[in-house]
Design a protein. Structure first.
Ligand code: C2E
Ligand code: MG
Ligand code: MG
Ligand code: MG
Length: 293
């Protein structure tokens, strides 16, 4: 083998690493200002049963002035490492509860969709989290079950005891608990026994492969749906992209559908197309300003 060639590739490898580290450092720094500079926003993806939307999942978006749109898959782990997730997470929750408050007031007593929020491990076990959620529900005068919290298995594994306590308290507060990305972790089954989640979200990976040739994902998916039913949990299939997947899921019975086939995540002003109670166009100004947290 040519020493020169491997030498060159090592140099390249190093500079690549350096660039990555530098970029991460920049992102860390910029994330610190993202909230006050109004660079963060939320989009909402419908979760549907039949032709009816019953929840939207709130998903963070970061528009960086130079780098453009940065995925939450990139910046959420950084926010978690640097503890910025606390301020960002409070902003998301405040924003979502504010929106639910508008919908509740403007729905004129008719039903309106709920919203789910993704919660990181550090948020869940932080001492002020429960009271913060409770105070938002009270301030905005919303029915607590309209707020859903999505928690992944890996989140719970980080600090099992504190997580279990937090989940119990949240249940008492009346919010809906979603077990996100179900099936991807190591101890999914024991988690179902320990905690009482209201909803199981089957991970996109299983849905993507549900119409596969060796049928193993098909069988796993069917078994997960049965399991949820036995435990009296609702089921959401995430990442539904094709008619074939949809047809198969509907054959399984009572499954809620989320995915690009139904809708991509949408900005708040487009939600009215999904439900008449989501009329906020005259309030967009207010909603775009950062709520007090
Ligand atoms: P997640 O909670 O599992 O969210 C679902 C992800 O799948 C979203 O990606 C959504 O846009 C995407 N998705 C939905 N339907 C489809 C589909 O049919 N096909 C494909 N390929 N993708 C689909 P997104 O918005 O990039 O978010 C990625 C992850 O970032 C989320 O995964 C969640 O873990 C995290 N995240 C997003 N917003 C927040 C937040 O406010 N707080 C926290 N802690 N995490 C967040
Ligand atoms: Mg989620
Ligand atoms: Mg998910
Ligand atoms: Mg996922």
């Amino acid at each position: 083998y040519h020493a020169k060639e491997s030498g060159a590739s090592i140099t390249f490898f190093h500079s690549d690493m350096l660039e990555k580290a530098q970029q991460r450092f920049n992102i860390e720094q910029d994330l610190g200002y993202a909230l006050e500079l109004n660079q963060l926003s939320l989009v909402f993806q419908p979760i549907c049963k039949g032709d009816r939307v019953h929840h939207f999942e709130a998903l963070l978006r970061w528009h960086h002035p130079e780098l453009g749109s940065i995925s939450p898959m990139t910046f959420i782990p950084i926010a978690e490492d640097t503890n910025q997730i606390h301020a960002i997470g409070r902003w998301v929750l405040a924003r979502v509860c504010q929106l639910l408050g508008y919908w509740q007031r403007e729905s004129g007593g008719f039903d309106y969709p709920g919203i789910t929020v993704n919660v990181s491990a550090k948020q869940l076990v932080s001492p002020a989290f429960i009271s913060f959620v409770e105070s938002l529900i009270e301030q905005n005068k919303i029915a607590p079950y309209k707020l859903g919290l999505e928690i992944t298995e890996s989140t719970l594994m980080e600090d099992e005891q504190a997580s279990a306590q937090a989940l119990q308290a949240l249940r008492k507060a009346g919010v809906r608990l979603y077990l996100d990305d179900f099936g991807t972790g190591y101890s999914s089954l024991s988690l179902l026994g320990e905690y009482v989640f209201d909803v199981m979200k089957i991970d996109r990976h299983f849905i993507t492969n549900v119409i596969d040739s060796d049928r193993s994902s098909t069988k796993l998916c069917a078994a997960m749906i049965q399991l949820a039913k036995t435990l009296e949990m609702d089921v959401v299939a995430e990442g539904v992209e094709t008619e074939e997947q949809l047809t198969w899921l509907l054959e399984q019975g009572d499954v809620s559908i989320q995915g690009y086939l139904i809708s991509r995540p949408l900005p708040v002003e487009e939600l009215i197309n999904w439900h008449p109670a989501c009329a906020v166009s005259n309030r967009i100004e207010a909603l775009n300003s950062t709520p007090k947290i």
